[in-house]
Design a binder for this molecule. Structure first.
Ligand SMILES: Cc1cc2nc3c(=O)[nH]c(=O)nc-3n(C[C@H](O)[C@H](O)[C@H](O)COP(=O)(O)O)c2cc1C
Length: 175
């Protein structure tokens, strides 16, 4: 049995939902999983875990600054344990941008950090325009218009391929 920590950064809760599903799946394999929000400024003892996974969503082209800070602060422990990172974004709904080596946000992120995660994944996110404030709704609809996505103001669509999340759970269990 491994002790695994899943740390996440989310704005609207979808990355947390992915982490909770990963937790359910991995625990079925007999591992013990702790899910922690990076927004809680976790003073977790990473040394006490066997494997470390970080997941973060994209907003306006970037992962949250706290993800960079957490990686910088914990670089040495991160690199010496089995580890993984996943990104959640809307662009990954496109097949040609849905892999770690083809998703522009993940590729850029990896160039910006000193950590080279051993395992990587990209998941397409969720868009619920009515959940956004007026400015965010306008902006995300504009981004979608530019990238040929849905622009209907009532759009509530989950692009996530949960089968891909299941494969990632297997990978975390085995790594
Ligand atoms: C205001 C806003 C800005 C976003 N900006 C981007 C973006 O620049 N690129 C992208 O691929 N997805 C973008 N997204 C889509 C999010 O990455 C997607 O909704 C994801 O599921 C959010 O995950 P979270 O709920 O964990 O924060 C944006 C979403 C919102 C609401």
């Amino acid at each position: 049995m491994s002790k695994i920590i899943l740390l996440y950064s989310t704005t609207d809760g979808h990355t947390q939902e992915i982490c909770c599903y990963l937790q359910q799946l991995i625990e079925k394999s007999g591992d013990q999983v702790t899910v922690v929000s990076l927004a809680d400024d976790p003073a977790v003892d990473l040394e006490s875990f066997d494997k470390i996974v970080i997941g973060a969503s994209i907003r306006y082209g970037k992962h949250n600054k706290m993800v960079y800070r957490f990686i910088e602060t914990n670089l040495s422990v991160l690199t010496k344990k089995p580890n993984a990172f996943f990104s959640v974004n809307a662009v990954a709904r496109k097949a040609e941008k849905a892999q770690p080596d083809t998703n522009p946000y993940l590729l850029k992120f990896l160039k910006q950090i000193a950590w080279q995660p051993k395992e990587l994944a990209v998941f397409a996110g969720k868009l619920d325009y009515q959940k956004c404030g007026p400015l965010d709704r306008f902006m995300i609809r504009f981004i979608m218009w530019m990238t040929k996505g849905p622009t209907d103001p009532n759009t509530n669509i989950e692009f996530t391929d949960w089968g891909k999340v299941e494969e990632f759970a297997q990978l975390i269990h085995k790594m």
